[in-house]
Design a protein around this ligand. Structure first.
Ligand SMILES: C[S@@+](CC[C@H](N)C(=O)[O-])C[C@H]1O[C@@H](n2cnc3c(N)ncnc32)[C@H](O)[C@@H]1O
Length: 348
């Protein structure tokens, strides 16, 4: 069963090209964690460091991190001139060119603040990616729902929405082990009393616009005969929205390593004000969302459809057309709720 369900053991996340333009909602939710992050910076500055190292796990193309860090670091700069080094992390095939340009070229980038530096690491966050005792604050926003491995639900392309009890038990275990692994890796990297600030998409991920779009597009493409039953089963996006209880179980398992400072719900499930945006701005948002979905579906189709390149590309084009048609009729303003978790390292 396990062998059948887990297609291979490489990382399950996808680098999402076009993410900067299609992620307004993630940005708005992340900005709600600003005060918490500033409080963590203030806490860190009491630890007598020569410099402050921030690691941003799962940054994608960087625009959301850049806006968030501009807001929080400029506030912090009012009271501290400590050198700050930011590491952005994502998978090796992230659009790193865009990340570098985003951080360097935007007028209001955090990099324009005095004594702030940055670098990037293309490596899975399920590995240790920085030396022991080197990170003061770890940040991760809207990324930890990506499992470490591609995993297909027998009845649904998003594992956390499956109604198959055997599969659900299996994937819940994978999600638990992933979170514990990730927290153990971060524990090694953090300095003593360093903090992790994590924003999760929780269980309501099943109602996420992106998830609905993927399910509907897959179903429509199958009904129109573009993909076979087998290919439909192979279409998988290994996202897992953990329940509050599942997150709590992982925190309990590593309670010898971290003190939980905060675990709370943030944000609302609709993008504030989007319904009232002028037509042009709304169209920009919807086009961004389509680009994001199209980009993330490319790798998914490539893995799921075992045919010639020509046929596979043709299927991808049809799939994208289905997705675009669906988005035009869908409620794209709906998004899952988030939870904010702050952990402090209590041992070295
Ligand atoms: C939805 S984006 C979040 C981007 C940004 N943090 C934000 O708040 O808007 C999630 C990112 O996590 C990355 N990701 C998924 N699995 C990963 C892994 N194992 N290691 C590093 N990054 C991963 C994806 O490539 C994607 O860019």
């Amino acid at each position: 069963m396990l062998k059948h369900l887990i297609k291979n053991m490489s990382t399950g996340g996808f680098a999402l090209h076009g993410y900067n333009e299609g992620s307004l909602h993630q940005r708005l939710q992340l900005l709600k964690a600003s005060d918490t992050f500033i409080e963590c910076l203030n806490h860190i500055s009491t630890l007598n460091n020569e410099q402050i190292v921030i690691a941003d796990y799962g940054s994608s193309e960087g625009y959301n991190s850049m806006v968030f860090l501009r807001q929080t670091l400029s506030k912090f700069r009012e009271t501290s001139s400590s050198p700050i080094l930011v590491f952005h992390n994502d998978l090796p095939d992230n659009n790193w060119v865009k990340t570098f340009k985003t951080i360097l070229e935007f007028e209001d980038s955090y990099i324009k603040l005095p004594n702030v530096y940055f670098s990037a690491i293309g490596r899975s966050f399920y590995d240790q990616i920085l030396p022991n005792n080197s990170v003061h604050i770890g940040l991760s926003s809207a990324a930890l729902h990506w499992l470490s491995q591609p995993i297909s639900a027998p009845d649904n392309c998003v594992p956390s929405c499956s109604n198959n009890p055997e599969f659900k038990a299996l994937v819940s275990k994978v999600a638990h082990n992933d979170l514990v692994t990730l927290l153990r890796q971060r524990h090694k990297e953090l300095v003593s009393s360093g903090r992790l600030v994590i924003q999760f998409l929780t269980e309501s991920i099943s109602t996420a616009a992106s998830t609905t779009i993927i399910n509907a597009t897959t179903e429509n493409s199958f009904n129109k005969g573009y993909i076979t039953e087998e290919e439909k089963k192979n279409i998988t996006i290994p996202m897992y929205g953990r329940t509050i209880e599942e997150v709590q179980n992982a925190i309990n398992e590593i309670s010898d390593l971290y003190r939980a400072i905060l675990f709370t719900q943030v944000g609302e499930s609709r993008i504030p004000g989007i319904d009232n945006l002028p037509d042009e701005e709304k169209a920009n948002y919807v086009n961004g969302l389509k680009r994001l979905a199209a980009a993330s579906l490319k790798g998914v189709i490539q893995k799921a459809v075992n045919r010639s390149d020509e046929e596979r590309n043709a299927i991808y084009e049809l799939f994208i057309k289905e997705m675009s048609d669906f988005v035009d009729t869908a409620d794209v303003n709906h998004w899952p709720q988030y939870h904010l978790l702050v952990l402090e390292k209590i041992s070295s």
